[in-house]
Design a protein around this ligand. Sequence first.
Ligand code: SAM
Length: 283
Amino acid sequence: MHIPVLKDEVIEGLNPKGSENFVDGTFHMGGHSELILKRTKGKVLGIEIDEDVFKEAKKKFEKNERVISVNYSYVNIDKIVKDYNFKDVDGILLDVGMSSWHIDESKRGFSYLKDEPLNMLFRKEGTTAEEIVNTYSKDELERIFKEYGEEKKARKIAEAILKARKEKPIKTTFELINVVKKAVLAKSFDPIQRIFQAIRIEANKELENIREVLPKALDVLKGGGRLAVISFHSGEDRIVKEFIKNNKEKLEIVNKKPITPKREEIAENPRSRSAKLRVVIKK
Ligand SMILES: C[S@@+](CC[C@H](N)C(=O)[O-])C[C@H]1O[C@@H](n2cnc3c(N)ncnc32)[C@H](O)[C@@H]1O
């Protein structure tokens, strides 16, 4: 079960009302969308990249005429809106990254607590985690560990991976964990979590996707429309912040500082702890 993060804050930020229409660019099973639908008589266009998640979502909303669901990447938001003739977009939500389902159910190696094949892809195509770990150069690995994982011992870990894979390809999460653990003499899961995050971001091109979608989202929104972005990683939030700064003349900033979850939400849903929400209105 994926618990939507910053529920009240997202609804307050998007302010759905009347017969307004929304695009949920990271639909998942429609957790946030259901809350939006309760406040508006309009429609939601839900975009979900993961085929398995999408199938479930499609089933769930089959009978709801106010929901259009599309199995695609949000980077194509402009094309999707056009193809579905989805006019007057009053708000867009992006709640980026993976869901709890990916960690708990997908069996694709997103969790460092389970021994699974190193896949980490949201969709079938793309470079898998296994390919990244076994084919990237030392410098490339070091860069992604530093940039996407903010791992201080990036070089040491990259070297250990190269050494290990010379003997035998690294194919599962536990094999990768053993290499990382030994390289940094890890006493906690923190470095492992950082390395997993970095590989997942690289595999799914997550930062590139955010960079690509933001200007398109702004184009798609109607004047007075709202854009809400939830990120979980400082690299993601930096891109959103920069985008807002570079488009100041086109946007009204709703919250200068990112909105973060209250203590009670973090206690109830620890996954929410790194969530940051930024909301802007198109002028
Ligand atoms: C954090 S979850 C969203 C949860 C949802 N807001 C809710 O509360 O129910 C992110 C979802 O976005 C999907 N996703 C990731 N990258 C995507 C992309 N480029 N295009 C569309 N969906 C994407 C993931 O598969 C995942 O289901």
